[in-house]
Design a protein around this ligand. Structure first.
Ligand SMILES: Nc1ncnc2c1ncn2[C@@H]1O[C@H](COP(=O)(O)OP(=O)(O)OP(=O)(O)O)[C@@H](O)[C@H]1O
Length: 295
């Protein structure tokens, strides 16, 4: 069977559609091949987060405009759209990271399990809604301590190494890294490869048992093989947690996304099942974007 990265090289080039092409009246389905899915169907679980008319502005200029969306366990939501359309702003707002930007303001509601995130204690929110960044950012300490740190941070009392070790192992296993590191957990994390570092960051995020994982272009700094490993992992993890991923890579969004949200200039232009958004989008702008006409 073809490896996913090998298969990608065999795909036909993405067909270009002129931006000023007249709108298609009947909106026929799109014949662009976005490659195979890594999709493993799971029954959508409970709605973990709900966005209601979410608006985020920097110095009064809106970067995300009245976005309403559900984020469900058992699903990967892929946020796509051209540079500057508000994907990262939307993602970072979900665990209130945009509050660190002094010029940022927000309106609308974000619910986590039905509760307004503004009423949650911030560390509690960030434990339940964890984040994996574009650049792997392990701490300059051992592999073991990277994961143990996250567990100790959220524990009511300081657990000992004996108590923590099974939790570290569990998180490393879930992140698909255990077999590669189990014989040398004392090794400095910064000596791992980029792909291993990113899986360690995922293990660190998983160690606190989040309900939602936010991933901001988690593969963009990785080679294709490491990206494929992370994508497989994402598809595995969605059984237990809700995943939101920002990606510029349309084929990646197609491979891992169950739902896709296409944003343009802060607006949520289209949201729906991956096959619909990629195969038969409703809006002309979505059609142009997924067909590769701009980006
Ligand atoms: N800290 C900030 N201060 C002011 N404006 C910002 C800030 N961060 C983002 N913006 C602006 O908000 C808009 C949305 O940016 P954002 O980074 O969310 O988009 P994006 O879709 O994630 O882009 P990219 O794909 O390039 O990462 C852009 O116009 C951007 O210039």
């Amino acid at each position: 069977m073809l490896d996913i990265t090998e298969a990608e090289t065999l795909l036909p080039p993405i067909r270009k559609i002129a931006l000023d092409a007249p709108p298609t009246v009947a909106m026929p389905s799109i014949d662009v091949d976005h490659g195979p899915r890594r999709h493993r169907t799971t029954t959508p679980g409970p709605e973990r987060m709900t966005l209601e008319e979410l608006t985020v502005a920097y110095s009064g200029k809106e970067a995300v405009k009245r976005v309403s969306l559900p984020i469900r366990q058992g699903e990967v939501l892929a946020l796509i759209g051209p540079s500057g359309c508000g994907k990262t702003t939307l993602l970072r707002t979900l665990n209130r990271l945009t509050e660190l930007t002094a010029t940022a303001s927000r309106s609308g509601r974000i619910l986590l399990d039905g509760q307004d995130v503004d009423h949650l204690e911030i560390t509690q929110l960030r434990r339940k809604v964890s984040m994996v960044f574009q650049q792997p950012n392990p701490f300059p300490m051992s592999i073991f301590d990277n994961v143990a740190y996250a567990i100790r941070e959220q524990a009511m009392r300081r657990p000992g190494k004996k108590e923590i070790a099974p939790k570290v192992e569990d998180a490393l296993r879930r992140a698909g890294l255990w077999d590669e590191v189990k014989d040398d957990l004392a090794r400095p994390a910064l000596r791992l490869s980029g792909g291993q570092q990113q899986r360690l960051c995922i293990a660190r995020a998983l160690a606190v048992r989040p309900e939602v994982m936010l991933m901001d272009e988690p593969c963009s700094a990785l080679d294709p093989k490491s990206s494929a490993v992370i994508e497989e992992l994402i598809v595995e993890l969605k059984r237990d947690i809700a995943i939101v991923i920002v990606t510029h890579n349309l084929q990646q969004a197609h491979r891992v996304g169950d739902q896709v949200a296409f944003m343009y200039l802060g607006d949520l232009v289209e949201y729906g099942p991956t096959d619909d958004v990629f195969g038969a989008p409703r809006a002309q702008r979505t059609r142009d974007y997924v067909a590769g006409a701009f980006g």
